[in-house]
Design a protein around this ligand. Sequence first.
Ligand SMILES: N[C@@H](CCC(=O)NCCCC(=O)O)C(=O)O
Length: 254
Amino acid sequence: MGIIFDKPLIGVVMCQNQLAGHAVQSVHNKYLDALFSAGGIPLALPHGLATTPELLEKSMTALSGILLTGSPSNIEPHHYGETSVEPDNDPGRDRLAFALVHSVIRRRMPLMAICRGLQELVVATGGTLHRALHLVDGLREHREDHALPLEQQYAPAHEVWVQPQGVLSELLPGCEKFWVNSLHAQGVRSLGAMARIEAHAADGLIEAISLNDHPFALALQWHPEWQSETSALSRPLFAGFIQASQRYQKEHRI
Ligand SMILES: N[C@@H](CCC(=O)NCCCC(=O)O)C(=O)O
């Protein structure tokens, strides 16, 4: 594979949507562009991969990293012990994302997870979510205003404080707090034993996590992929992920 791709191939999870009456799976260009700019080659992964474990595992042997993207859809609450129905669901994406997290943990393959992706990493490792942050006492509004132009929706919205001696503090040395965008209604309620807090907001909401005892598994509740190439706070995050994927590629002779 190295003969064809000297850059690491990064599997990217897609979202199920409707387009002119047809079911489609898609991924925003901003995620693909951020990976290309950092030196990776994105490869979109269809939900069908999760229907056959052997298929997924075979596909994983060609990859050197996984990116779990954001999405307007929400994880179905039964995955974290709640009974209510989720109208904005994407069960195929839930299945694939959870299978990818478990495979990544087994293989010690680098993972980067953004917004819904962070929530998937939380749930797949035994944590739970708040389903509507704006209804939780003491938590601020973390949603975007859909009436605004995209530039304003993805503009910095609040600060985050970085936990010392973590993955984030290593990638952004000297950066104890910084502003991030905020485009989510749900968020972390509790973490499983494998997860470590990397950053939190002023209202106490967990904004970034990593996995203990894993070479690189970083998840962010904000969107560093938005104009990542021109952001001094986002470029190092993708650079760190792609460097870890390059190391994985070399070690596994992919
Ligand atoms: N639906 C979840 C996750 C929010 C999320 O991932 N938003 C991303 C929007 C589209 C994108 O930029 O990828 C929640 O509301 O918490």
